[in-house]
Ligand binder design. Structure first.
Ligand code: 5GP
Ligand code: ZN
Length: 112
């Protein structure tokens, strides 16, 4: 999608600090980190939110988890992290392109 910021990051049109990528996913550092390690995992294909993932797209979703684990190892937090997927504006989703937040590097507390 031409006007989607994460599509543009995923295709390299807008720069980001890339931690890992392959043909399906990209992991890059959040521009406003909320923890010592805060990266975003996105599919390169535009999917609006977790609520819009189809059965056919589930392998992409699984691959996002694999990429999260690769990034967690690279960032030296292989077994202690929090994954967050805000889904829908009222749940805090601001960028309407599916993304997982990978947070770690300190003790992280939250509502769950
Ligand atoms: P959301 O609230 O939609 O779950 O999270 C969107 C996240 O994307 C926020 O944490 C925000 O800091 C990050 N973000 C928004 N625009 C950009 C950008 O242009 N580059 C990077 N690296 N992160 C961004
Ligand atoms: Zn997009």
């Amino acid at each position: 999608m031409a006007d989607c910021i994460f599509c543009q990051i995923g295709s390299g049109k807008i720069p980001a600090e890339v931690v890992f990528q392959d043909e399906t996913v990209m992991v890059f550092k959040d521009i406003h980190p909320k923890a010592p390690v805060h990266v975003l995992i996105i599919p390169k294909k535009h999917i609006s939110s977790a609520a819009d993932v189809t059965k056919e797209e589930l392998p992409i979703f699984a691959h996002m988890l694999e990429a999260a684990n690769i990034a967690a190892k690279k960032e030296d937090i292989p077994s202690a992290y929090k994954l967050v997927i805000n889904t829908g504006a009222s749940a805090g989703q601001v960028v309407m392109h599916l993304h997982m937040h990978l947070l770690g590097g300190k003790k992280i507390t939250s509502i769950v």
